[in-house]
Design a binder for this molecule. Sequence first.
Ligand SMILES: Cc1cc2nc3c(=O)[nH]c(=O)nc-3n(C[C@H](O)[C@H](O)[C@H](O)COP(=O)(O)OP(=O)(O)OC[C@H]3O[C@@H](n4cnc5c(N)ncnc54)[C@H](O)[C@@H]3O)c2cc1C
Length: 316
Amino acid sequence: MAVALLAEHDLSQLSETTARAVAALGAVGLPVDILVIGANVGVAGGQAAAIEGVRKVRVLDDVALEARGAEALAEILLSLKDEYSHFAAIAGAIGKDVLPRFAAKLDVSPVTDVIAVHGPNRFDRPIYAGNAIETVTCNETKIVLTIRPSAFSPARSDGSAPIEPLATPAASIADAAEFLVAHRTSSDTPDLSTARIVVAGGIALGSVHHFEMIENLASVLGAAVGATRAAVDASYAPNDWQIGQTGKAIAPDLYIAIGISGALQHLAGIQGARKIVAINTDPDAPLMQIADYRLVGDLFEVVPQLTAELEKRLNR
Ligand SMILES: Cc1cc2nc3c(=O)[nH]c(=O)nc-3n(C[C@H](O)[C@H](O)[C@H](O)COP(=O)(O)OP(=O)(O)OC[C@H]3O[C@@H](n4cnc5c(N)ncnc54)[C@H](O)[C@@H]3O)c2cc1C
C-alpha cells in the first residue's frame, strides 16, 4: 500500500514541516503521496511536488475549504481510506485536530508525536511529558500517525513529483463549526518549531514591554522567539510562542532560555535542543542544572548587555 501525508500550509505557502514529515515517512518503506487540501492552494501544491521522495501530490482546491475545519478534513481522508495503508499529518494545530478524529472514525488508535520511524509499523514517541520514549508496534488495520517535525531534518527540495487534482468527496464536507474570520500572524522571524536558534523568555520578564528585550536579542541572532506558558498566560507573549508540553516542541542548535525555571512541562518541549544557554538569578533552577552554559544574573542587566555586544560582533 502507500502513505498519505496531509500537507501543512497557510493556504498560500507550504510549511517546511511537510518536508520534514516526508523525510520521516521515508523509513516506512512505502510510496508517499502528499495531500494538499484547502482554497487556492496551487502554489503550496507546487512546493509539495518539489519535495524529494514523494510519489505524487494530490491537490483538492475548493473555496469551501478555506477554513479547513477538522470535520471536513477528516471526511476527505475517510473518502481515501481504501487507497492507503498509512495516513500521517504533522503534529501541529491542524494535524492534532484532524488525525485523532479521523482515527476514531476508522476505529483505530493513532500513534501521535512520532519522533522516530523504524519501519512500517514501529515508531518512537515521547510519553510522561517527554520523560520516557516508548517504542510502539502498531497492528491496527490502518496506521494513523502524527509526526513531530522538529525530530527530523527536511527532505531535499529537488524533486518533481506529478500533481493531480483530487475531487471533493460526494459526502458532506461541511463543518458543524462555522468559519467566521482568520486572523493570521505574519512574522519575519523563523518558524519556532524548526528554527536553528530560539530565544525564549519566562514570567520573570514581567510585562509585554520587557518582552521586547527577548525579541531584540532574537532579532540580532536571526532566532525565533519563544515563551513559557506562564509568560503566555500573563499575556506577555502570544499563544503561538509557547514552548512545552502544551505548546510547541523545538529542536534548535541553540536554545537561550531567559528567566525560565525549567518546569517539567517546559522541558518536555526542548528535548531536541542541542546546546542550552540559561540566564537566571537562581543557580539552582532546574533549567540551570541541565544547561550547557549558565549565566547567573539579573536578566534586566545581562540581556541588554549581551544584545549590544552580539550586535557589535555580528555586524562587524
Ligand atoms: C498541564 C500543564 C501543562 C503545562 N504546559 C506548559 C508548557 O507547555 N510550557 C511551559 O512553559 N509551561 C507549561 N506549564 C506550566 C509550568 O508548570 C510552569 O508553571 C511554567 O513553565 C513556569 O514558567 P516560568 O519559567 O516562566 O516561571 P517560573 O517557574 O516562575 O520561573 C521564573 C524563573 O525566573 C527566574 N527569575 C526571576 N527574576 C529573574 C531576573 N530578574 N533575571 C533572571 N531570572 C529571573 C526565577 O529564578 C525563576 O527560575 C504547564 C503546566 C501544567 C499544569
